[in-house]
Ligand binder design. Structure first.
Ligand code: HEM
Length: 401
């Protein structure tokens, strides 16, 4: 049998090898954050032999530095998850400079603050209606009965599609958040494309007042978007804003369920809700991304070679005591300005939907706390997590009297 050293790439020192599968970290089912915490600190850059072999950054500042350095670390391949990048070809997520810039600029304009704020009545309405339905039940499985529904509804409003269509997109959202192995990445993409095709064609031909039409009306280097580009962008908006937002809702609800005093504080002082949303998003970051090294570089005492993959996880940064004081404590009055946490990424690919996600969080907190009495995790149940590029909560039973 070959020794470990002989199977390692020659730029990987044997002392930097760890046994860590990013899709199944130790204890990840019962606590995603605790599982990642087992890796924090250490040597800074470590190598796992899982999933074909790749680097992982284990320190906060190093994670942020890599995230921010798009010249050395490319976004194009979206690797580690086999086949995902080739299948999705997301715009703008999988583009590097200079190609990325005009697409990103058009999308950012579409997501301008005034346009996002115009979504408030739609988001508030669906949030309120769902909560009103749950209230009398005395409890719910929060992920399926609330968290998974809102972002699909918001996406449909974003692209100007009747929200009665929600049921048609729901199974796709579920496959993304809780894949049961019944669909390949390609099948998932094709199903999303089949659903979206007529709407994309229509928005390109006859732009409406929706956010999606507005983005497509902005020329790319002076020429119109092609259908294929519009499709890749729409896919990115769909897949980028579903399981992330689902997970955000789950983490916020779980925190409050476990911390009655924080619930009480926000009920008493709803003016703290926007800050609370920001702090909860810092405290429970769930996204990891992969970068491809595009030029050899010495970093943290090792040589990264062109073609190497580096995996970076936002909780490694946000929960590092070297980056935030007492990082595990939720403090609604923590000063988070200017935003340094990496929940939404950092650098040229920072989330275009950050403002929208924040609005969804704020409206959830306002509406939930106004309608639902003090709530807790149902007796005898435990939340279930699933690790992955987006750390998810897949089951969360809540109860109230
Ligand atoms: C809490 C919810 C969300 C979280 C935690 C989140 C997180 C992130 C992160 C970490 C990135 C950077 C990826 C990278 O550097 O490779 C990103 C990019 C992106 N997100 Fe989000 N996101 C959320 C919600 C949304 C929503 C609601 C949308 C749209 C409807 C969206 C659309 C996108 C897009 C299009 C990009 C790519 C930006 C670019 O490459 O220039 N996200 N998101």
């Amino acid at each position: 049998m070959a020794s470990l050293a002989s199977t390692l790439p020659d730029n990987v020192p044997a002392g930097r090898v760890v046994d860590f599968d990013v899709f199944a970290p130790p204890g990840g089912e019962s606590d995603y954050f605790a599982a990642w915490a087992t890796l924090r600190g250490g040597d800074g850059l470590v190598w796992t032999t899982s999933n074909g072999g790749h680097w992982i950054a284990t320190k906060g500042e190093l994670t942020r530095q890599i995230w921010n350095d798009a010249e050395t670390f490319s976004s194009e391949a979206l690797a580690v998850t086999p086949g995902l990048g080739e299948a999705m070809r997301f715009i703008p997520l999988q583009q590097d400079a200079p190609e990325h810039k005009p697409f990103r600029a058009a999308i950012m304009k579409g997501f301008g603050n005034n346009h996002v704020m115009a979504m408030e009545p739609v988001i508030r309405k669906v949030t309120r209606e769902l909560i009103a339905d749950l209230r009398a039940h005395g409890g719910c499985e929060f992920m399926q009965e609330f968290a998974e529904i809102v972002p699909i509804h918001v996406f449909l409003s974003l692209i100007g599609v009747p929200t009665e269509d929600r049921a048609r997109l729901r199974p796709l959202g579920q496959q993304l958040t809780r894949p049961d192995g019944s669909m390949t990445v390609e099948q998932l993409r094709d199903a999303a494309d089949d659903y979206l095709r007529p709407y994309i064609e229509e928005r390109l031909a006859t732009p409406g007042p929706d956010l999606f039409s507005r983005i497509l009306a902005i020329p790319i280097d002076g020429r119109p978007w092609t259908f294929e580009e519009a499709q890749r962008m729409c896919r990115n908006l769909l897949f980028g804003g579903l399981d992330t937002v689902v997970s955000m809702f789950g983490n916020i609800a779980l925190h409050l369920a476990r911390h009655p005093s924080d619930q009480a504080l926000l009920r008493e002082r709803p003016d703290l809700i926007p800050q609370a949303a920001d702090e909860l998003m810092r405290r429970y970051p769930m996204v990891s991304v992969t970068r491809n090294v595009v030029q050899d570089i010495q970093l943290d005492g090792v040589t990264l070679r062109t073609g190497d993959l580096v995996y970076i996880n936002s909780s490694i940064h946000n929960l590092d005591p070297a980056c935030f004081d007492d990082p595990l404590t939720v403090d609604f009055e923590r000063n988070l300005a200017p935003v340094r946490h990496t929940t939404m990424g950092v650098g040229p690919h920072r989330c275009v939907g950050a403002g929208l996600a924040r609005l969804e969080a704020i409206l959830f907190l306002e509406e939930w706390l106004a309608a639902i009495p003090p709530f807790r995790v149902s007796e005898g149940t435990q939340p279930v997590y699933r690790a992955g590029n987006v750390g998810a909560i897949t089951d969360l039973r809540l109860a109230w009297d």
